[in-house]
Design a binder for this molecule. Structure first.
Ligand code: MG
Length: 382
């Protein structure tokens, strides 16, 4: 069944209270969704990560002609056609444009077959994926960690068994907050920290030293994304696992970090790294190098569900934390775009169920998007 329409939704959701990390403060949630419809009216959803208007223009100009009027089951052929239409290797914003279209193709192809996306990816190996609370975030207007204790208590009440703090303010501050949260968690729950590229590798090493008593599972982005020398320096001095790669726009960007002992947990984002086809290549590389994959998640319920289906299919990853990998990154900040159909349900076991319905497993009426639509464009097969 061929595709007949591709819609682009630029969504913006202002936040009542800004949130941030060591790198940036957000006063809104913003994303680009792609909706691809076939002749029978079945629709699949995809999502891109940043610069919605620019990515929308790339999709409209270069990618829509590749996929409109085509059979979405030809996933590999269409992914390559999209990459070729954007230029070699699909890097930068083009990688994100391809990601959104590829995600929509997978959702649509799975819905046409009446199977979950996880089945399309080769089959789920788990029905529930343990989630970690991705938060708390910096609170502007005072000490950025001032609500961490209270917010972490809330995550524990919600059922989370692992928490990832946004850190990177200053090594001494990081040491204090990590030890306080570890005291709250006890020894059986996972604790990770994310420096969001804010430190020099030496500052990251110093922060890690001050956090040693907190028994961290992983340290995320201890250096700038492509700084292999910085990762190498950090890896030589910190004890926890090192995680990274959320901004990598294609599997090739991971290559220099493999076989080096500098990155233990690979975090490709489906909305950045070429969609399912792109991340499939990262998963293969990780498996060959005996490394864990934990998909990075940011954005709406579309990317969340995409990561959930991918995580359902991944092999158990090696690391030293108390909760088995893969885990699902669960954004616990204010996010109306994640809650379009209500907040995804976290079980008492700290895990999220993999939807058994067709495609990504949710039914999203485009009318639900109305309060957040900044622009909407419809492209049809000619
Ligand atoms: Mg991160």
């Amino acid at each position: 069944m061929k595709t007949v329409a591709l819609e682009l939704f630029h969504l913006t959701a202002p936040l009542a209270e800004p949130i941030g990390n060591a790198l940036v403060t957000f006063d809104r949630r913003e994303t680009l969704l792609v909706r691809l419809t076939d002749a029978a009216g079945t629709a699949g959803w995809g999502e891109s990560w940043t610069a919605p208007e620019t990515v929308a223009a790339l999709i409209a100009r270069h990618l829509a002609p590749c996929v409109l009027g085509q059979d979405p089951q030809a996933l590999g052929r269409l992914w390559r056609a999209c990459g070729a239409a954007c230029g070699p290797h699909g890097q930068g914003l083009t990688g994100m444009a391809v990601a959104a279209v590829d995600m929509a193709l997978h959702d649509l192809a799975a819905r046409q077959r009446g199977v979950p996306v996880a089945t399309l990816l080769g089959g789920a190996v788990r029905e529930r994926v343990p989630a970690y609370a991705s938060g708390p975030f910096f609170a502007p207007g005072g000490h950025p960690y001032r609500h961490y204790q209270r917010e972490c208590e809330g995550y524990l009440r919600a059922g989370f068994r692992a928490i990832k703090l946004r850190c990177g303010l200053a090594p001494a501050e990081d040491g204090a907050v990590a030890q306080a949260v570890r005291a709250l968690l006890g020894p059986e729950r996972g604790l990770m920290v994310d420096f969001n590229q804010s430190y020099t590798p030496r500052a990251a090493i110093e922060a890690a030293r001050r956090m040693e008593a907190a028994e961290l599972g992983w340290i995320e982005e201890p250096a700038a994304p492509g700084d292999l020398a910085g990762y190498r320096l950090a890896a030589g001095h910190v004890r926890p696992a090192i995680a990274g790669g959320e901004t990598f726009e294609g599997a090739a960007a991971f290559l220099p970090f493999l076989g080096q002992g500098v990155m233990d947990v690979l975090q490709p984002d489906l909305a950045v790294c070429g969609g399912f086809e792109g991340v499939r290549r990262v998963v293969m590389l990780a498996e060959l190098h005996q490394l864990a994959v934990v998909p990075h998640v940011w954005g709406s319920l579309v990317n969340f569900h995409a990561a959930l289906h991918l995580a359902a299919t991944l092999p158990v990853g090696r690391w030293g934390g108390p909760v088995a990998l893969p885990m699902l990154e669960y954004d616990v900040g204010p996010n109306p775009l994640l809650s379009l159909l209500g907040r995804p349900e976290l079980g008492a076991d700290g895990a999220v169920a993999v939807p058994q319905g067709p495609g990504l497993g949710f039914e999203l009426d485009p009318g639900r998007l109305a309060p957040f639509v900044t622009s909407h464009r419809v492209l049809r097969v000619e």
